[in-house]
Design a protein around this ligand. Sequence first.
Ligand code: 5GP
Ligand code: ZN
Length: 110
Amino acid sequence: MKDCIFCKIAGHEIPKEFSYEDMDVMAFPDINPISSVHILIIPKEHIKDFMDFRNSSVLEKVKDVIQKIVKEQKLEDRGYRIVVNGGGAQVIDHLHFHLIGPLGKAVPME
Ligand code: 5GP
Ligand code: ZN
């Protein structure tokens, strides 16, 4: 979608270091990380938010990519959080999953 920053990243219009890319899914570091690992995982297709997420095969792929990055970053032991903001909590209107770690269980939600 025109004027969507994450569509531009997905379309390689904005040069970016990617953590992962395939036909449907892309992962890249958050520009303003809140932890040493803070990666955004997005469907390349412009889906506005979680409530518009209907394509279960893409959901499955997003899950696989998140699991792969959790393993690569050795977060299974170090702790992690997967966050999807929605409604008024969402700033960028292109569905994205935040993978944040390492995080202990005692760290409160921001
Ligand atoms: P949310 O929409 O879930 O509230 O948060 C959007 C997230 O996208 C924020 O964590 C913000 O730092 C990140 N972000 C905003 N613009 C860019 C950008 O141009 N590149 C990257 N890599 N991250 C961005
Ligand atoms: Zn978009």
